[in-house]
Design a protein around this ligand. Sequence first.
Ligand code: FAD
Length: 452
Amino acid sequence: MTTAEITVVGAGLTGSLLACYLARRGHQVSLYERRPDPRVGDGERGRSINLALSERGLDALRRIGLEHRVMADALPMRGRMIHPVAGPQDFQSYSRDGDKSINSISRGALNNALIDAAEAADGVTLHFGHRLTGLDPATGSLRFETPDGTVRASASVVLGADGAGSATRAQLVAAGVIREDVEFLDHGYKELIISAADGEFALSPDALHIWPRGNSMMIALPNPDRSFTCTLFWPNEGESGFASLDGPAAVKQYFGVHYPDLPPLSPGLVDDYLRNPVGRLGTVHCDTWHVPGGRTALIGDAAHAIVPFYGQGANCAFEDVVELDRCLTETADNWETALPLYEKRRKDNADAIGRMALENFTEMRDKVASPIFKATRKTEHALQRALPGLWLSRYELVSFSTAPYAKVERRAKRQWRFLAGGLAVAGGMAAISLRRIASWNAARLSPGGVRT
Ligand code: FAD
């Protein structure tokens, strides 16, 4: 039996970043991970996952001097490149002037960089091959299964950062101290690869590529080796679902009809499709993230996994870490008061990005190719140019600011309600009073200059 001050369960993105932040505060941290060290050996087939890392995630990395190290493995994406079934590709910039980017990075590369940082931090001990199987939230005693048998440990504070299927959360649910509700989508995901063509990118590397197909879609993000990781988001069942393509001929035929530009770019398409697993997608809701007493809490996906359609799961998890660190500072590291404060400040925000991520699925798979959507985006960019700093699109506020998600959600709704009201009254776009919008927004200008 070993006793540590703080135990973090899960050395994924959240757990390894959290260990770095806690070590910086002078805590002794034991970081337990069920997998072997991911820096050694190959990753799981078809589960590489490319992330879009944006301002919230970068802010968390910047605060502990990791931004440049991580960004060395990242590629900027300035907008969406839409691939219709027929006709030319269409580029849609993410920001008004096309100068802002989200960043494509492999989850594995990011995780390895964070584990390196945790390992280098004073006070962090890493334990790979340790799967949490038991937790008593009242005493902080823990049980892990390892290749060499059962290991027991105890800690003053246990933080569950073990992802969407969190074993820590399951232990707390079983102990009756929290309630969870996991809302699975009818869609799953599967990865494919577009290889480099003669050593070059086969598609434009500075965009997130989208093949919107109504009820389903594919996206592709660039990699530093000039390949692209593609992810299909398809229904699990039904006519255009994963289950409907059961052999090489069916796969070839389907992609030839619905994604005709893909087969020439992806020689391994049929094999990858048939061999790669289908992953599940869902939103995790918990009634609370901590157990009163300051001994146990959940963080990152373990507390609030969301669907990936706003590219914010990891970004949101990194914000959790920053907020917990802030709460510890404000409470002089009193965990009993810091944990409820952290939950109070983060929960509404996690709920808001969970809702916005679900909404964005419809936008990405269905609306992005429509003329109305394109006209709306142009209108938004025009309003931003006409009212610099006063009108900001929801996408920009989510991806390029650290304004709290819940405020972003409210502000975006207000902006559109106002515009709709203006249109109704004036009977057309030309009659909208820009001055009225400006004064409405100016009245909500926060001292920091970011209106919420
Ligand atoms: P995880 O990354 O799941 O890490 C949990 C860790 O805990 C793992 O290492 C796991 O092995 C370990 N663990 C699990 N059980 C145990 C146990 N019993 N004992 C010990 N250890 C355990 N986010 C973005 O910000 N941008 C994106 O563009 C984006 N795209 C995505 C695309 C897809 C297809 C998916 C599925 C997700 C995407 N996400 C994205 C979300 C992002 O991957 C997650 O939000 C992020 O990985 C959460 O980090 P985490 O550390 O909380 O959980």
